[in-house]
Structures are given as structure tokens and as C-alpha cells.
Design a protein around this ligand. Structure first.
Ligand SMILES: NC(=O)c1ccc[n+]([C@@H]2O[C@H](COP(=O)([O-])OP(=O)(O)OC[C@H]3O[C@@H](n4cnc5c(N)ncnc54)[C@H](OP(=O)(O)O)[C@@H]3O)[C@@H](O)[C@H]2O)c1
Length: 272
């Protein structure tokens, strides 16, 4: 595994995304068995960063993560848990209440990283961050971050956070460079903020792109692993692919160890 070292922390380049674990917007009991298997596999093969949210399966994703960690007797201290507050809960009391509810569902005393899931038009940064800063001071949250914030919003959030913002979690993948084009990636790289790339492999022609296939063959890897390796190769970028499939879960973690040549990296960057 490769890591990003930032503000005294070592964060793995590849973590485990949890959208659809336990259901989409609502709990789906028919997914529980596959969800638990996926989480147990992820813990077994060595994922330590798990990315969930209060909105994922309306909190059931957090419950299943807590359950898997306890059942596997995993030492909490070895894990890095991210969860997110929904944009409809950004008032002071709501932030404190949402965080407490997430901790209860997780069965944990703190989360490592707490993100504002989406910015909300007209949101009162001072009020939201008064609560978020309080959570950090109380030890319920170790680090703060944001998600889906443009450059202006990111700078605003930074100015209200008493501790350095750890990340902006945004869509970033080979065919989607919008957060590179809008200046967020470069700003993060120059200001010690991680860019967490979400939906890194969810795009239509990934498995049939001939260029990606050729590079994959050279590394005895799959095209999906190459798409992840392209992200891993970039400074201050980490990523959080999701899978229910035990083989994919393992392959995604192993993608962090692929060393692309400069030529391969540039070729991939020139695609799309
Ligand atoms: N902050 C936000 O607003 C936001 C938005 C979207 C996502 N996210 C986070 O980012 C995480 C990842 O994004 P995502 O779940 O949208 O998309 P993704 O991880 O890019 O793609 C997931 C899909 O790819 C398939 N897959 C995964 N690994 C594979 C492999 N090695 N080979 C072939 N297929 C593979 C999975 O199917 P199988 O199950 O069959 O493997 C699944 O259908 C989410 O789970 C969530 O934690 C955050």
C-alpha cells in the first residue's frame, strides 16, 4: 500500500467506498448478507479506510460497518473511518445530533474524518463550523473535511475551520477531470489538502478501452486497476472504490502497488 502523509497522519491511497452497502437511499435487508461479506473481506485483505455517510442506506451502512468491525475483532485504532453529514442537517444543533447518531450507529466513540457531504446554497458556514469545531474539541471527530465543494466554497470552509481541512471528496476519474479543470485539484496539492476521488471506476467504456487494456496487460493487471493506479500516482490524491465482489475488493487494494511509467501515466492522462 502507498500512503499520503498529511498533518501527521498516514492515510492509505486506496480505501473502501460504502455507497450501496446496506441499501441505496433506504436500508435494503436483501443486501445485508452481501454487504457484510464485502466488509469482512475488505477488513481481511487489509483495507483500513472506510468511507460511509449518514445518508447511505439511511444510516444502515454505518450500522453494518460497526457490526463488521466488532465481529472481526478489528482494533479500532488501526482504522480510519470517514462519515458525512447531509446538507439538510447543517444547523448547529443538527450537526451535533447527526454526529451523535452516526457514532451510535457505528458503535464508536469517534470518527476520524467528518465531511459536509454537499454544500447547500445559502448555508451559514459560521454556524455549521461552530458545531463542527466543537465536535473536534470534544474528541468526537478527529478531522474535518468537505465534499463536492468548488474552489470558492473550499476556501470559505477553510477559513471557518479551526483545524486544517483534511480533504475535499469529489468525483475524479479518467473521463471526469472537472475538479482538475476548476482548479480544486491544484489548490489541494498546493495547500496540503487531500483530494479524495470518488466513483473512480464507474464509467462506461473502461473495460473495453484498448489503450487501458494494453497498459493493463503490461502490468498483468485489469483495466480497473489501471484506472485506480492513475489516481494513486498523483500527489495528494487518494481514492475509495466500492465493490461487493471479493475478488474486485482485493484487486482494487492491490492496484495501489502498480507503478505506472511516466509514459503510461501521460498516455492515460491524454485519454478522454
Ligand atoms: N461524496 C459523494 O458525494 C460521493 C458520491 C459518490 C460516491 N462516493 C463514495 O465513493 C465510493 C466509490 O464510488 P462509487 O461506488 O460511486 O463507484 P466506483 O467505486 O467507481 O464503482 C463501483 C462499481 O464498480 C464495480 N467495480 C468495483 N471494482 C471493480 C473491479 N475491480 N472490476 C470490475 N468492476 C468493479 C462495482 O461492481 P462490483 O460490486 O460487481 O464489483 C460497482 O458496480 C462510494 O462507494 C462512496 O463511498 C461519494
Amino acid at each position: 500500500m502507498k500512503y499520503e502523509t498529511i498533518h501527521g497522519l498516514s492515510i492509505p491511497k486506496i480505501g473502501f467506498g460504502m455507497w450501496r452497502i446496506g441499501g441505496d437511499s433506504y436500508p435494503d435487508p436483501s443486501l445485508d448478507a452481501d454487504s457484510v461479506t464485502a466488509l469482512r473481506t475488505a477488513l481481511e485483505v487489509g483495507y483500513t479506510h472506510f468511507d460511509t455517510a449518514e445518508s447511505y442506506a439511511a444510516g444502515h451502512s454505518e450500522e453494518l460497518l460497526g457490526r463488521a468491525v466488532r465481529e472481526m475483532n478489528t482494533d479500532r485504532k488501526t482504522l480510519f473511518i470517514t462519515t458525512k453529514i447531509s446538507p439538510e442537517h447543517l444547523h448547529y444543533e443538527q450537526v451535533l445530533h447527526s454526529c451523535q447518531s452516526s457514532l451510535r450507529r457505528l458503535g464508536m466513540e469517534y470518527v476520524d474524518l467528518y465531511l459536509i457531504h454537499w454544500p447547500r446554497i445559502g448555508m451559514k458556514f459560521d454556524e455549521t463550523f461552530r458545531a463542527l469545531n466543537q465536535l473536534v474539541r470534544d474528541g468526537k471527530v478527529r478531522h474535518l473535511g468537505v465534499s463536492n465543494f468548488n474552489l470558492k466554497q473550499l476556501k470559505q470552509a477553510q477559513s471557518f475551520s479551526e483545524t486544517p481541512l483534511l480533504t475535499n471528496q469529489v468525483p475524479y476519474r479518467l473521463p471526469d477531470r472537472s475538479y482538475a479543470e476548476n482548479g480544486v485539484l491544484e489548490y489541494c496539492q498546493q495547500n496540503d489538502i487531500l483530494l479524495t476521488a470518488y466513483s473512480p471506476i464507474k464509467f462506461r467504456n473502461l473495460s473495453v478501452n484498448q489503450t487501458i487494456h494494453t497498459i493493463a496487460q503490461a502490468h498483468s493487471a485489469t483495466p480497473y486497476q489501471i484506472a485506480l493506479a492513475w489516481l494513486v500516482a498523483q500527489p495528494r490524491v487518494i481514492t475509495i472504490p466500492m465493490s461487493f465482489n471479493p475478488q474486485h475488493i482485493r484487486e482494487n487494494l492491490e492496484a495501489a502497488d502498480i507503478e505506472l511509467t511516466e509514459d503510461e501515466f501521460n498516455t492515460l492522462s491524454g485519454l478522454y
